[in-house]
Design a protein around this ligand. Structure first.
Ligand code: 5GP
Length: 210
């Protein structure tokens, strides 16, 4: 793949600091939007709770991850919170070739890498409404110790500083409103001239629009 390659579907990339509600928003969008496919990333972190290999992630060893890097199998990869995560080319190539829309839920470093490869990718950043709210969401989630929460907040400050690299920003204060924002971005992207041209080629032909 190279940066000039055009692809028929829309590629959405969503990033956010942990606790901002990214996964819940993307999952809620997926439930109502059958045109969107979610790519399954590879990670070197261990599965949590009910996570299933091949569903939330492909859980791989450091050696397997290294091997994939040396085989140039990743579209992008990054170190996040002490582990490595990557989007395999395989995970999105097939879908792209079919013209379907894809949503990647990855960290900001990965999002910026994707934009360099796919200039048309739509980068969406989800912000929490305040630091107090982010901290209390991380505490309520009950997944992490106090130390880990402090580390996540330090990381979050660095992450939100990258928001200027993104095309769209959603402030997730109320879930339903943030979901509406996310749906609106996806919908507006599909209405762009270039996207309509691709997906409604027959209509354009019938209207004799060259
Ligand atoms: P978690 O371990 O909580 O599932 O994810 C930690 C962070 O890694 C999240 O910000 C998540 O979006 C990000 N992440 C998940 N998959 C990928 C990926 O394939 N590439 C990159 N760069 N980040 C990812």
């Amino acid at each position: 793949m190279n940066s000039t390659q055009n692809y028929p579907g829309n590629l959405f990339v969503v990033a956010a600091p942990s606790g901002a509600g990214k996964s819940s928003l993307v999952n809620a969008l997926m439930e109502v939007d059958s045109r969107l496919a979610h790519s399954v990333s590879h990670t070197t972190r261990a599965p949590r709770g009910q996570e299933v290999h091949g569903r939330e992630y492909y859980f791989v060893s450091n050696a397997q991850f290294e091997q994939m890097i040396s085989q140039d199998a990743f579209l992008e990869w990054a170190h996040v919170h002490g582990n490595r995560y990557g989007t395999s080319k395989h995970a999105i190539e097939e879908r792209i070739a079919q013209g379907g829309d894809i949503i990647l839920e990855i960290d900001y470093q990965g999002a910026i890498q994707v934009k360099k490869i796919f200039a048309n990718a739509v980068l969406i950043f989800i912000l929490p409404p305040s630091w107090e709210e982010l901290k209390s969401r991380l505490q309520r989630r009950g997944e992490d110790s106090t130390d880990v929460i402090e580390q996540r907040l330090i990381n979050a400050a660095k992450e939100v500083a990258q928001v200027r690299e993104f095309d769209f920003v959603i402030i997730n204060e109320r879930f339903e409103l943030a979901l509406f924002d996310l749906k609106s971005i996806v919908h507006a992207q599909r209405l762009k001239y270039s996207a309509q041209r691709r997906t409604k080629a027959d209509t354009f032909r019938n209207l004799h629009i060259s």
